[in-house]
Design a protein around this ligand. Structure first.
Ligand SMILES: [Cu+2]
Length: 191
C-alpha cells in the first residue's frame, strides 16, 4: 500500500508539473482573457434587462416616417454624419422611426427643443428607435456621439400651437457645427 501510495503521489506530481508547463506555454495566455471576457459579459448582461418601452403619449395613427442615420451622406460625398431627411413635417400621432442604416449612431431629442409637455425620446447606439409625436410643435434632435459634428435634425408637427416653442427652439445653443446645421434646417423650413 505504501509503495503504491508513493508512486501515486509521484505520478500526480508529474501530472501537475505537466499541466503547469503546458498551461504556461499554450493555454495560459489565451484562457485567462477569454474567461475574463465571459465574466464581464455575464456581469454586463445582468443589469441590461430591457426596460419596457415607454407607452406613447398619444395613440399612433399608423403613419410611420423613416429617418436614416448615415456616417456618409449617400447623395453628397462631402456630407458626413447625417440624418436623412433631416427636416420632416408631420402630424400629431405620426411615428418617426430612426433607422441605424450605418453603425455608431443613435437619436435623442434635445430637451430645449421640445414642445412643452412632450417627453421626447432617447435611442441606443445602433438600435432603431421610434417616437409617436404627441403634440404640435418643433422637435429638435441629435445623435449624441456626433452632436458637435452637426448630426442633428428637426421635426415640425403641424397643428394649433405649432409655433409655441419656435423661438425657444431657435434660441437653443449647441456645440460645434450643430448650431450652424440647425440654422440651415430652420432656413430650409422657412421658419
Ligand atoms: Cu451619429
Amino acid at each position: 500500500m505504501k509503495r503504491n501510495y508513493l508512486m501515486g503521489t509521484a505520478a500526480i506530481a508529474g501530472l501537475l508539473t505537466l499541466a503547469a508547463c503546458g498551461g504556461g506555454r499554450t493555454d495560459g495566455t489565451d484562457a485567462a482573457p477569454a474567461e475574463a471576457t465571459t465574466e464581464a459579459a455575464d456581469e454586463a448582461a445582468a443589469p441590461a434587462e430591457p426596460a419596457a418601452p415607454a407607452a406613447p403619449e398619444v395613440e399612433a395613427n399608423g403613419t410611420v416616417i423613416d429617418i436614416n442615420m448615415y456616417t456618409r451622406d449617400p447623395d453628397e460625398s462631402s456630407g458626413m454624419q447625417v440624418f436623412k431627411p433631416r427636416l420632416v413635417t408631420a402630424k400629431v400621432g405620426d411615428t418617426v422611426r430612426f433607422i441605424p442604416t450605418d453603425p455608431t449612431h443613435q437619436s435623442s431629442s434635445i430637451a430645449s427643443m421640445l414642445p412643452e409637455g412632450a417627453a421626447g425620446w432617447e435611442g441606443e447606439i445602433n438600435k432603431e428607435v421610434s417616437y409617436v409625436l404627441p403634440k404640435p410643435g418643433i422637435y429638435g434632435y441629435q445623435c449624441v456621439p456626433h452632436y458637435a459634428a452637426g448630426m442633428v435634425g428637426l421635426i415640425i408637427v403641424e397643428g394649433e400651437g405649432m409655433e409655441a416653442n419656435l423661438e425657444a427652439a431657435k434660441a437653443a445653443s449647441h456645440p460645434g457645427l450643430a448650431g450652424r446645421k440647425f440654422e440651415e434646417i430652420f432656413a430650409e423650413a422657412g421658419i
